[in-house]
Every structure is written in C-alpha cells, then in structure tokens.
Design a binder for this molecule. Structure first.
Ligand SMILES: Nc1ncnc2c1ncn2[C@@H]1O[C@H](COP(=O)(O)OP(=O)(O)OP(=O)(O)O)[C@@H](O)[C@H]1O
Ligand SMILES: O=P(O)(O)OC[C@H]1O[C@H](OP(=O)(O)OP(=O)(O)O)[C@H](O)[C@@H]1O
Ligand SMILES: [Mg+2]
Length: 395
C-alpha cells in the first residue's frame, strides 16, 4: 500500500539538502517536501542515489554518458553526427553504444540526472546534459568541470513564476514579491519545484525568509491554480506553458540560463588513461563545427589593378574582414594573346547574421558573381576552451 509522508526541512545558505536536520535559525528558508513512499518492512538495505563512494580507477574504457530520452536525446546525437562522431547503437533499447571514430570510448545512455550522479560517483567520465541538470544534481561538486559550456541547443532558463492575477497582479519583481506583507512564518510563500537544490538556494541568496517548497515531477504550472502553491520554479523556453496557465516571470527571477554542455569528472581527466585525449578530440570537433555553423563562405570576383588594391577596398568595409582577412587570388585570362589578371577572386567567411549586409558591401565596391556556401568546420590553431581546461586542471 502506498502512504504519503510529509517532511519539513530548513535550508541553510551553505547546505540545502532534503535530508539535512531542521534548524531554528530565523535567516533560513524552510523547505517542505511531500514524498510518496511504499510501506515496507524495516530492512537493512541502504539505497544510495548513485552517489556512492568514489570508484577506484579499475576500468580501461573511457565512458561518455548521453541522454537516453527526452528532448535532449535526439539533438545530442545530431550534434555528434554533425561532428562526424556518429553513435552506433545496435537497437534503441540497448543502453551501451560506440562511436567508431574514437577507439576505447563507450557511450552509455542514461537519464540526464543520472549522468551527473554517475560522473560524481566515477561511473562515467564525460557527459552531455543541460547546465540546469549539472547544477541541480552536481550541487557544486568540485569534481565536475565544464569542458564546453555552450553547445548551442537545449536553450532554456530556470525561472521563478507567479500568477498574473489576484494578490500578484501588480507584483513584477523579486523585490516586490519579497516585500509582500502576506508572507510570514505561519503563512510562508509556497513554491512548487522539481529543482529542490537550486530553488531554495536562490531564495536564500536573495534573502527571502518565509518560503516553503513542495516538489512534483511535472506539470508544475498547474500548482498555483490548484491552490497547492503560490509560485513555481521551473524551466521556461518559449514561455507558452506559463502563458497558458496564467503565470508570469518577474524581474530578477531568472535563476539560471541553461543550454547543453559537455561536462567531465576532473579526477577522470587527470587520472584515467585516455580521457584527456578523447576530450581534446571531442572538444576540437565540437568547437570547429559550432564555429562553422555560424558562418558562410563567400566568394566573389572583383576587377582591380593589384591584389593589394583589391584588399584595400575590401578591408574598408566593416562586414568583409573575414576570419583573418580576405584571401585574394588573381584570375588569369588570355587577352590579345597575352596572359592578364584584371580580375581577382576573393574568399571570405562572414557571420550568417551579417550575410546580406556583406553581399551589399561587396557589390558596392565592385564585387560580382557572388557565391555563398555553408561551412562545415573551422579548425583554429588551438581552441581557447582547451587551454582554459588545462589551466583549470592545473596541467
Ligand atoms: N522547455 C523546456 N523544458 C524543459 N527542459 C528543457 C526545455 N528546453 C530545453 N530543455 C532542456 O532539456 C532538458 C530536459 O531533458 P529531459 O530529458 O528531462 O526531457 P523531457 O522532454 O523534459 O523529458 P521528461 O521531463 O519526460 O523526463 C532540461 O534539463 C533542459 O536542459
Ligand atoms: O516555455 P515552454 O516552451 O512552454 O516550455 C516549458 C515547459 O516545458 C517543460 O515541461 P515538459 O514539456 O518537459 O513537460 P513535463 O513537465 O511533463 O516534464 C517545463 O517543465 C515547462 O513546463
Ligand atoms: Mg520535462
């Protein structure tokens, strides 16, 4: 039979854990979690949340955790494919796979929160998940290190939202919410969230004193209308779910901006053979692909007296400087039996956003036959993120 147990907790700024002991301190946010559990006979079995003692380094394979399902799963596989790192999975219900281009790498499909837990416990070495999940389930663990912090998908924000109606009608900022006379020790602000670490931490850091939290696994936007909560802390991307449920975000209420990231265990990077090399290769491919994704190659012909003269004209335009400057080569043709170079071919990279402006500027300085092609990779000499990673690792 299922029973429902309610746990009242206090959260201190230093440690916000659903299992910390209550404290009488007045400067603390109280957290109330409603937990469903089964009534079972007392047993000596301990259940740990994947967060057991650190594993010894007793395996040789390097392990990468990828989301097994949910909205991140397909986008993650697509990104890797675009980096020529196709994941070979025998069938969708098999949780281990490989990337043939990288030997000694095992891919394990896991729920995002379990990827973070398993990085901390040493069962995975690398993982791709949302930053929200890293911060919520990693809880500031020093072993976790961001290798790439902006993989350019899974964009959303963790936000505090309140009803548009009733006593909240004229409340538009966190400050105004905190100053509402309604919240007292006896009748605190009730917040529903799945983010039971980041939610209370944010309230503590912003000095909101009389707050209680309850948790649920989804459809949190219903909680205020059901009378279960006054506010929610949840992920927002398009804002449609908030709007459809008559809720609004408020100034100062964004807790975290999130997107997909590549995260690793520091201990694995430093101590496990092969992890650093695989990380370097993945980072190079990711950086080269993501940098190229924002650019086009533009080629055009331009009449001119010399390469230098053409270069001067191009560099006088703000949108035509390219990555390091334009490549200019003479176009040779035969005129009156003689070889002449009246035209020059120019090649530049332009940001996708500035494409039309670049074409206009090219035409304005005499460019013709403008060809645009997508770029696949831009490999720089060395990626800045790699240098940063080595320095963070003290290497
Ligand atoms: N609108 C959004 N809502 C929730 N998560 C989003 C949103 N946009 C991007 N994300 C990112 O996707 C992740 C959600 O991944 P998850 O695997 O939980 O997918 P899901 O589709 O919400 O599945 P489920 O909630 O059923 O487990 C979040 O942690 C976040 O990083
Ligand atoms: O701003 P929007 O684009 O509307 O997206 C936000 C909604 O998406 C997520 O829910 P999800 O679809 O994952 O459903 P769930 O609550 O059942 O996980 C999130 O928890 C919000 O409810
Ligand atoms: Mg969801």
């Amino acid at each position: 039979m299922s029973i429902v147990r309610t746990i009242f907790l206090q959260c201190s700024p230093a440690s916000v854990s659903p299992f910390s002991a209550p404290s009488p301190s007045s400067n603390r946010v109280s957290v109330k979690f409603t937990v469903s559990c089964c009534s079972v006979a007392a047993s000596p079995v301990t259940v740990v949340n994947g967060n057991v003692d650190k594993k010894p380094l007793d395996r040789n394979e390097v392990r990468l955790g990828l989301p097994s399902k949910g909205r991140m799963a397909t986008d993650t596989l697509d990104l890797l494919k675009d980096c020529q790192l196709s994941v070979r999975q025998v069938n969708p219900r098999q949780y281990v796979a490989e990337i043939p281009q990288i030997s000694n790498l095992e891919v394990w499909f896991q729920r995002p929160k379990d990827i973070v837990r398993k990085l901390v416990s040493g069962d995975l070495d690398l993982g791709i998940v949302g930053l929200d999940i890293v911060n919520e389930y990693g809880q500031g663990d020093e072993d976790l290190i961001l290798v790439h912090d902006a993989l350019d998908y899974g964009d959303c924000r963790l936000s505090l939202a309140i009803p548009k109606y009733g006593i909240f009608e004229n409340v538009n900022s966190l400050k105004e919410l905190a100053q509402m006379p309604q919240w007292t020790a006896e009748r605190p602000l009730r917040v529903a969230t799945g983010f039971t670490h980041l939610g209370p931490k944010f309230m503590n850091e912003n000095g909101l004193k009389h707050v209680t939290f309850s948790t649920a696994d989804g459809a949190l936007e219903a909680a205020p209308a059901m009378g279960i909560a006054d506010a929610i802390v949840d992920l927002v991307s398009s804002g449609t779910t908030l709007r459809e449920n008559n809720l609004k975000e408020i100034e100062g209420g964004v807790i975290l901006e999130s997107q997909a990231v590549l995260v690793a265990s520091k201990r694995s990077l430093i101590q496990r053979k092969g992890v650093l090399d695989i990380t370097h290769e993945m980072l190079e491919r990711l950086e080269a692909h993501l940098k190229a994704a924002g650019q086009f190659t533009v080629t055009a012909n331009m009449r001119g007296s010399s390469a230098e003269e053409v270069a001067e004209r191009i560099l006088s335009q703000t949108s035509l400087s390219g990555l390091q400057g334009p490549t200019i080569s003479p176009v040779f043709c035969k005129r009156d039996g003689k070889i002449a170079a009246d035209y020059y071919a120019i090649v530049i990279c332009v940001p996708k956003k500035a494409l039309y402006k670049s074409v206009q500027q090219l035409r304005a300085i005499g460019g013709s036959g403008v060809l645009i092609s997508p770029l696949t990779y831009i490999f720089d000499e060395e990626t800045p993120r790699w240098r940063q990673l080595l320095s963070n690792l003290g290497l």
